[in-house]
Design a protein around this ligand. Structure first.
Ligand code: NAP
Length: 319
């Protein structure tokens, strides 16, 4: 997809804060969705000095953010009402549409000229539809999906891939910089989501390879705890081998990026690829592994549990 690119290291000179007379005031942020990702992201905004109002469907999840200094709101509309920038990060397409366009959604509270940023993974088509609804309501929309996992969200090192108008991007950049390390504006609405889908394809091929290799190592009788660091520095080294490999060996399947969310992302990949007539064989295979984990009732496990799908297929002694 064609589009402009701007790295955070070269922001192009937009004002970093909103000027009011001589005092520079930070943008007010309404933040909706305090899950594994959103909680850490909202905390970083508060620590960076932004005035933040949070809302989460399960209200107790607002409490740790309130302790850090956030105000609490009873609905997405209320969280967005006084905000210059409203951020959403929830689960899937219907959820994002509900919290932005639904009866108590962000658009019910927001004023003309504000910026709505969705940071969930929802694919380019849904992002363009929501951008249109926002445009009709007189507000600007950015799709800004993220990569880096809950740890990247907590320590502010995420990559953020942005689609939407240049002026909205410039206005949002200081806020995005408080949450991420690498921020790239790729072009119009949907462009950030398109890049995120590519990211997900890179990821799945990688973690599935680690799972397959570690099962082979096990059946060869190797000490897998020794194998991982021995190979991590060579051509086989990857974030997935370093981070998920040890969890696969230790059988730590709780935590990390949920199988349900990864399966949702691959569904979005296949929807986009289907429109382009692309076969995506690797993505289809890995999606089947994830579905087999969901069928066993473990959709809330992390993607490191992919190794259990290989084990099921191989049986105790292999096939
Ligand atoms: P999560 O821990 O499952 O949290 C989901 C959040 O969305 C919760 O706050 C949940 O509220 C809220 N939510 C879901 N449906 C809702 C609805 N219909 N109305 C209102 N709130 C709703 O998910 P996550 O890991 O933070 O992921 C959030 C998004 O970021 C997803 O699109 C995911 O694909 C993407 N992402 C995740 C990761 C990762 O490693 N986890 C990395 C990159 C991108 P409740 O608390 O009430 O359930």
């Amino acid at each position: 997809m064609p589009g402009q690119r701007r790295k955070v290291s070269d922001p192009g000179g937009p004002p970093q804060t909103k000027g009011t007379g001589h005092s520079m005031q930070k943008a007010r942020v309404g933040f909706i969705g305090l899950g594994a990702m959103g909680a850490g992201m909202a905390a970083n905004l508060i620590r960076a000095g932004f005035p933040v109002t949070v809302h989460n469907r399960t209200r107790e999840r607002e409490e740790p953010l309130a302790e850090l200094g956030a105000e609490r709101a009873g609905s997405p509309a209320e969280a967005a009402a006084d905000a210059d920038i409203a951020i959403t990060i929830v689960s899937d397409v219907p959820d994002v549409k509900e919290v932005i366009c639904g009866p108590d959604g962000v658009l019910g509270g927001i004023r003309t000229g504000q910026v709505v940023i969705d940071m969930s993974t929802i694919g380019p088509k849904a992002a363009r539809e929501i951008a249109e609804s926002c445009g009709q309501a007189g507000v600007r929309f950015l799709d800004a999906p993220v990569s880096g996992g809950p740890s990247g969200a907590a320590d502010g090192t995420m990559s953020i891939m942005v689609g939407g108008g240049e002026d909205a991007f410039r206005q949002a950049l200081p806020v995005l910089e408080a949450m991420g390390k690498t921020i790239v504006h790729f072009g119009p609405a949907g462009a950030g989501q398109a890049v995120k889908l590519v990211n997900q394809v890179f990821c799945v091929a990688n973690f599935a390879g680690v799972a397959e290799g570690l099962l082979l190592a096990d059946r060869l009788g190797l000490d897998r705890e020794a194998v991982i660091p021995a190979l991590a520095g060579g051509a086989a080294g990857s974030w997935m081998l370093a981070h998920l490999g040890p969890k696969m060996v230790a059988r730590e399947f709780e935590g990390g990026f949920k199988v349900d969310l990864q399966a949702k992302d691959l569904r979005l990949v296949l929807e986009s690829a289907g429109e382009l007539g692309l076969p995506m064989p690797l993505t289809r295979v890995v999606l089947q592994f994830l579905k087999s984990i969901q069928a066993r009732g473990h959709g809330d496990w992390g993607t490191q549990s992919a190794i259990t799908a290989y084990e099921e297929m191989a049986g105790p002694g292999g096939v």
